[in-house]
Design a protein around this ligand. Sequence first.
Ligand code: ZN
Length: 202
Amino acid sequence: MNIKQYYLDANALLEGHFLLSSGNHSNYYLQSAKVLENPKVAEILAIELARKIKEYGLTIDCVCSPALGGILAGYELARALGVKFIFTERVNGIMSLRRGFSVRNNDNIVICEDIITTGGSALESANCVESIGGRVVAFAALANRGFCKRVDSQFDRKIECKLPYNVPLFALDDFVFDMYDEKSCPMCASGSIAVKPGSRGN
Ligand code: ZN
């Protein structure tokens, strides 16, 4: 299954010269919500992610996502796994479970994002459900930016990764891009101007 082709076809993976919110420049940009615009594609990707989790031998009771970015991916994953779905959201900056959502004691929970960068929001979501008795047995994402180590990947964990060492991360693929500061950017050196993703309608 060629995951990157799904992203390219959906204009979710953009090639160019981008100014990222971190201030770095990159030759690619991942607009991960775009790949979920088509529910049929979302379903296909989630079934593949669910297959990886089941093959690993995990039993799952519930999928939980941090709002807002993880909700669509998490909901589709829950459908593919045949389990319930809940989401956490920030209340005064604290990741919380609202809307009557609950977890049972020792429920096996997957925390699902659309994309895992350093895993900060996913970790906050995990801490939230564990504080009320849930057991986080896996993290999952459609795309992994290569800072965290996913099951079956040749890329090693980087220092920026915030996810715990002892819980597996499942993702469909790694999206590892070259990043440069402005002074060492070869695209700037060749005279091109970096654009903010979103400034041209994406
Ligand atoms: Zn540049």
